[in-house]
Design a binder for this molecule. Structure first.
Ligand code: ZN
Length: 243
């Protein structure tokens, strides 16, 4: 089976459409949260996403904020501005769909969370000590995460000191499941690894093969929509920088 793995779409329909076009045929979609927040197209992204085949999607911190599960005060001022904007434009049925999302999904040998297995909505796994602290917080072979917007793989060696390696991923890098791993596909709609292209993974579960991809999309059209919608202009400028 071919699985498309995406995260942190952040209301960027142009990037999402580019990923769906580039992904080729897929049997199911796993989405690691933050469908909304920052970007200009929250309704379009939810409406495209929820009809994709075999969709499993967890809730991100921006998704949790807009349904009232996280206080807006927990976000930086610009994120608060975009959440206030979002609360005005989000259609009721799409708000309802966000409300239905779970914090954690376990599907066979895969766990899915937005942040980390021990703190699914908030914690960032950016370094080896944090990954190590989360090693016993999931029982499956692989834990898929998002939230950092940086494609990465943490591999746990099965030896006494539980050493962990961290790989920052490049397009077309491949990994095989051969030990306990935490895998982050990077972000569709707001990459933060200084590569502005949309990021995704294709997982082939027969070969146990994870392939990282990056794809160009029309960033300028998204920037124009951000600026004309009244969202903070920095949400537009950062897209071109991949930050
Ligand atoms: Zn995010």
């Amino acid at each position: 089976m071919r699985t498309l793995i995406i995260s942190d779409i952040h209301a960027n329909i142009t990037a999402l459409n580019a990923v769906l076009d580039a992904a080729g045929p897929f049997d199911r979609v796993w989405c690691l949260g933050d469908v909304v927040g920052y970007g200009p197209d929250p309704n379009e992204c939810i409406e495209r996403l929820k009809d994709l085949p075999g969709l499993r999607c967890v809730k991100g911190n921006h998704d949790a904020a807009i349904i009232g599960e996280i206080e807006m005060a927990a976000f930086n001022p610009e994120a608060q501005t975009s959440l206030t904007w979002l609360s005005r434009v989000l259609r009721p049925k799409n708000l309802e769909w966000l409300t239905s999302l779970e914090d954690r999904i376990v599907d066979g040998k895969i766990t899915m969370v937005h942040g980390s297995p021990r703190n699914p909505v908030w914690e960032y796994i950016m370094d080896i000590p944090t990954a190590r602290a989360n090693m016993d917080a999931f029982d499956t072979e692989v834990c898929l995460i998002g939230h950092t917007h940086i494609p990465s793989v943490f591999q746990f060696e099965d030896d006494e000191d539980h050493s962990i390696s961290l790989e920052h991923l490049f397009p077309d890098d491949v990994f095989y499941t051969n030990r306990k791993m935490i895998i982050n596909p990077g972000s569709v709609g707001q990459p933060r690894d200084h590569d502005p292209r949309a990021a995704f993974i294709i997982y082939d579960d027969e070969k146990e093969l994870w392939t990282f991809h990056r794809i160009d999309y029309d960033i300028e059209s998204v920037q124009r929509r951000i600026r004309s919608s009244g969202l903070p202009h920095r949400h537009a400028s950062r897209l071109a920088l991949g930050w």
